[in-house]
Write a new protein. Structure first.
Length: 502
C-alpha cells in the first residue's frame, strides 16, 4: 500500500472525522460552562472586548489569503502523485510567505492601535489603556497564528488528525479555562490577553513538536520556490474571495436590521441564528478530513474522490435531519425554556426559517470541499461573488418591507441557491457518480419540503406524534436507501466487537 492509499482509507477518514468532531465539541461545552463565570469576573463591557479578541485571533486565518488551504491542496497532490520530493519546497514557500504576511499585518495593526481603540471604546479611562494593550498583543500574536496555520496545513495533508485534534482540544480548553484561573489572581483584561498570547505560543510549539515527530520529508533546509509560490497564490487567491465573502454575507443581515428597524430587535434574529449555526459542527468536523483525501485522489482515483464527498453528505443527513426536525417542531418551547417568553414569541418563526438555511448550508460544505479539492476554487469564488452582490440588494428590500421575517427568508433563500449551484458544479465534474449526486440532492430536498410543512403544526400532541414517527423513520430510510453498502460496512467495522456481535 503506497502513502496515498494509506492516507485515503475510508476507515482512517471515519476515525479522523470522529477525532475532529471531538476536538470541537469538548471546547464548546467548556465554553458554555465558563462564559457565565467570565462575564461575572470581567463585567459585561470587558467580556465584550475579550470576545472581540477571541474573534480576531480565531478568524486570523482569513489573513492568510487562502494559502493554508492551498498548502493542504498541493502537499496532498504531491502525496497522491508520489512527488514527495517537492513537498519541502512547498512547505517552506508557504511558511515564509505566511510569516511575512503575519509580520506585515501585525506591524500595521500595532502601529495603528491608538487610532483603532476609539472605534472599539467610546469612553476614556482605564478601559482605554486595556483595549490599547489588547490590540497590541493581538498584533504580536498574529504572525504566530499564521505560522501555526501553515504547520496545521502540513499535518492535515498527512491526515495527522490524532495530533491535530489533541492540540485543538488543549487550545480550546485553555482558551476558556485559563482566563478564569488568571482572573482569580489578577483583575482586568491585560493579564487575560497576555495569557491568550502564551496559549497561542504553546499551541505553536505543540504543532512544531508534532511536525518534528511526523515528518519523513527533509525539511531541514529552508527553500523558497517562486514557481510553487505562484501556484499557491493563484489557488489561495480564489479561496480567499470565498473566505471573505462567506462571513460577510452571514453577518450583514444583523447590521441591516439594526439600521433599518432598530438595534432593539436585532437580538430576536441573532440569538436563534448564533445557536443554529452550531448545527454545522458535523460537516465542519468532517470536511477538513475529506479535503486532503479528495485532493490526493482527484488525479489518481476520481471515482473514489466523488464517492467520499457523497458518502460524507449522506451520513450527515442521517444524523442532522432528526435534530432539525426537533428544532422546528419544538422551536417555541425550546426558546421559551432557554431565553424566555418574549424570545419565544418573537423569534419562533425566525428560528424555523433560519434552521432550513443552516440545514442546507451543512451539505453545501461538501460540494465546496470537493470543488476545492479538484482544483476549482475559481468557480466557487465567482458564484459567491455573484450571490453576494444580488443578496445585498435583495436583503435591503426584504428587511425594509418585511422586517425580521424578510431577513430570515432571504438569508435562507440565499443558502438554498448556494446549495443547488454548488451541487450543479459538482455534478459537472463528477463524471460517473452523477446519479449518486442526484439521489443525495433529492433526499435532502425532500427533507427540506417536509421540514417546511412542520412549520404549520401547532398541537403539542401532534408534534410529539410526528416527531416519534419522522425521526426514527428518516434515520431508517436514509440508512437503507441512501447510504451505500461499502460505507455501512466500513462504519460497522469501527464499532467495538461486543456491540457488533449483538
Amino acid at each position: 500500500m503506497n502513502s496515498n492509499e494509506s492516507l485515503t482509507r475510508a476507515s482512517l477518514l471515519i476515525k479522523n472525522s470522529i477525532l475532529s468532531f471531538g476536538s470541537r465539541i469538548i471546547p464548546l461545552f467548556i465554553g458554555i460552562a465558563t462564559i457565565p463565570i467570565l462575564i461575572e469576573l470581567l463585567g459585561v463591557t470587558r467580556f465584550g472586548i475579550l470576545t472581540l479578541a477571541w474573534v480576531f485571533i480565531g478568524y486570523a486565518n482569513i489573513f492568510d489569503f487562502g494559502l493554508s488551504r492551498a498548502g493542504i491542496k498541493f502537499i496532498s497532490d504531491c502525496i497522491g502523485e508520489n512527488k514527495q520530493d517537492e513537498i519541502p519546497s512547498i512547505f517552506w514557500s508557504l511558511t515564509i510567505v505566511l510569516l511575512a504576511i503575519g509580520m506585515l499585518i501585525g506591524s500595521v495593526l500595532y502601529m495603528s492601535s491608538s487610532h483603532v481603540t476609539p472605534y472599539i471604546l467610546d469612553s476614556k479611562g482605564e478601559l482605554e489603556f486595556e483595549v490599547l494593550y489588547l490590540i497590541r498583543i493581538v498584533a504580536i500574536t498574529l504572525p504566530i497564528v499564521l505560522l501555526t496555520s501553515g504547520l496545521n496545513a502540513y499535518l492535515t495533508a498527512y491526515q495527522s488528525f490524532k495530533r491535530i485534534s489533541s492540540i485543538q482540544v488543549v487550545n480550546g480548553i485553555l482558551n476558556y479555562l485559563a482566563p478564569v484561573v488568571i482572573l482569580l489572581f489578577y483583575d482586568g483584561l491585560i493579564a487575560v490577553i497576555i495569557t491568550l498570547f502564551f496559549i497561542k505560543l504553546l499551541v505553536f510549539g505543540l504543532y512544531l513538536h508534532s511536525l518534528w515527530q511526523l515528518t519523513e520529508d527533509d525539511l531541514s533546509t529552508p527553500t523558497f520556490s517562486m514557481t510553487h509560490m505562484r501556484e499557491l497564490a493563484k489557488y489561495g487567491g480564489w479561496v480567499s474571495i470565498s473566505n471573505v465573502i462567506s462571513p460577510l454575507v452571514d453577518y450583514i443581515d444583523r447590521f441591516y436590521i439594526a439600521f433599518l428597524i432598530g438595534a432593539s430587535v436585532v437580538a430576536f434574529f441573532t440569538t436563534p441564528m448564533d445557536v443554529l449555526l452550531k448545527l454545522g459542527i458535523i460537516p465542519v468536523s468532517i470536511v477538513p478530513v475529506l479535503f486532503p483525501a479528495i485532493s490526493g485522489l482527484h488525479k489518481t482515483d476520481k471515482d473514489k474522490a466523488v464517492r467520499f464527498t457523497i458518502v460524507g453528505s449522506n451520513l450527515t443527513l442521517v444524523v442532522l435531519f432528526p435534530v432539525t426536525v426537533l428544532l422546528i417542531l419544538f422551536a417555541e418551547e425550546l426558546l421559551y425554556l432557554w431565553v424566555g417568553s418574549e424570545f419565544a414569541e418573537n423569534s419562533m418563526l425566525i428560528a424555523q426559517i433560519l434552521v432550513i438555511g443552516v440545514y442546507l448550508k451543512s451539505f453545501t460544505n461538501y460540494s465546496i470541499t470537493y470543488l476545492h479539492g479538484v482544483g476549482k476554487p475559481k468557480q466557487t469564488a465567482l458564484v459567491h461573488l455573484g450571490e453576494a452582490v444580488i443578496y445585498f440588494f435583495v436583503l435591503f428590500y426584504a428587511v425594509k418591507e418585511f422586517g425580521l421575517t424578510g431577513a430570515a427568508l432571504v438569508h435562507t433563500l440565499r443558502l438554498a441557491v448556494d446549495y443547488y449551484l454548488m451541487n450543479m458544479l459538482t455534478y459537472r465534474y463528477a463524471l460517473r457518480h452523477r446519479n449518486g449526486i442526484v439521489k443525495s440532492v433529492s433526499f435532502i430536498s425532500i427533507g427540506s419540503l417536509l421540514l417546511i410543512l412542520l412549520f404549520f403544526i401547532d398541537s403539542m400532541s401532534l408534534k410529539i406524534f410526528l416527531g416519534a414517527i419522522i425521526i426514527p423513520g428518516s434515520v431508517l430510510v436514509c440508512w437503507l436507501f441512501l447510504v451505500d453498502e461499502e460505507a455501512k460496512k466500513t462504519l460497522l467495522n469501527q464499532l467495538p466487537d461486543s456491540i457488533r456481535k449483538r
